[in-house]
Design a protein around this ligand. Structure first.
Ligand code: GLN
Length: 323
């Protein structure tokens, strides 16, 4: 690829970010976690990282934000590394629900109350309770060290966001109690909540989540470090979960109209994966890439409004789809 091509691609990306920034006005920053409301809702940024380390970025691409639900992807991978997939899948299923991310209804309706998938809060609380060793510190460490291995940076926990979540976690606490009653919690309720809310409060940026997406794009292999970080099977299950459950109850529309595995969080981040077979010659990354997007104004479902538009435009214009 010539420098000329890259400049042309960068100019296209700049134009799309500029146009899609308009849509930030159609969403709002999450308010149920008070600290998240401090973000500037007009921000929109994107980072794309290719297998050879080539980076394309545009807009507010250096902003830092908390992982929120994107953390569910990472904790699932960490639990699979720590315990193996069959142990994890005995405790959390891989079926989409089409319910809101924090829905409680199926835990009571469908005995024995096994959470449907690790991308909704119920499943993520179960996974958080499993992680690493016994104490919440050790569990958070299992999560943080996996991010460190994939991104080369040890992320910090945003204490203000964590405190804000902790004191407003009424529904998550209710979910955790249901899970405990049904036997799907491997730690006590307060410890599981602490781990889950800390993983949600980890500070990250679009470059970091693009790097994690890149590792998934290569089935768990880190093409820059040249190291297999996740077993292939774990990477594939994770991508399947992202396609079927990653964008909450808009996952079907994302699969249909964007066609890339993606995971969003209520802070406005989106991590997307372009596996090598989905890269196209019309795109800057014919061998696939990882994509990190940030746009804190979210819709009713909890997905970044402008971020979703931008991802759709990138996928369509550059002809990238897993289908
Ligand atoms: N910490 C948030 C919660 O549990 C994460 C939710 C999300 O990003 N959808 O409510």
């Amino acid at each position: 690829e010539t420098t000329h091509d890259l400049q042309r691609f960068a100019a296209q990306l700049d134009k799309w970010v500029e146009n899609d920034r308009f849509y930030t006005a159609e969403g709002a920053c999450a308010s149920y976690i008070p600290a998240l409301q401090k973000a500037d809702p007009a921000q929109l940024g994107v980072v794309m990282v290719g297998s050879d380390g080539t980076v394309l970025q545009s807009g507010d691409s250096e902003a830092s934000f908390t992982l929120q639900s994107i953390s569910k992807v990472i904790s699932f991978m960490a639990a699979c590394i720590d315990f193996g997939t069959s142990y994890v899948l005995d405790r959390v299923d891989v079926e989409p629900t089409g319910d809101a991310f924090n829905s409680i209804v199926r835990l009571e309706l469908h005995k024995p109350g096994k959470p449907f998938n690790p991308m909704i809060n119920a499943g993520a609380l179960t996974v958080a309770s499993m992680l690493g060793k016994r104490t919440p510190q050790e569990k958070v460490e299992s999560f943080v060290s996996l991010i460190n291995r994939m991104t080369g940076r040890r992320p910090a926990i945003n204490e203000e966001v964590f405190q804000s979540e902790w004191i407003t976690a009424h529904r998550n606490r209710a979910l955790a109690y249901y899970l405990q009653e049904n036997g799907y919690l491997e730690a006590d309720v307060e410890d599981a909540l602490e781990v889950y809310l800390k993983q949600c409060s980890v500070e990250i940026n679009a470059t970091n989540i693009a790097m994690i997406g890149l590792v998934l794009a290569h089935d768990g292999y880190h093409p820059i470090l040249k190291e297999q970080i996740l077993p292939v099977q774990v990477a594939r299950i994770t991508k399947a979960l992202m396609v079927t459950c990653g964008m909450y109850n808009a996952s079907g529309k994302f699969a249909a109209f964007i066609g890339l595995p993606a995971k969003s969080g209520v802070s406005g981040g989106i991590m997307a994966v372009v596996p090598s077979h989905a890269g196209s010659p019309q795109s800057p990354f014919p061998n696939g890439c990882g994509i990190g997007i940030y746009g804190p104004a979210i819709d009713d479902v909890g997905n970044s409004v402008a971020g979703s538009k931008l991802l759709k435009q990138i996928a369509r214009e550059w002809n990238m789809s897993i289908f």
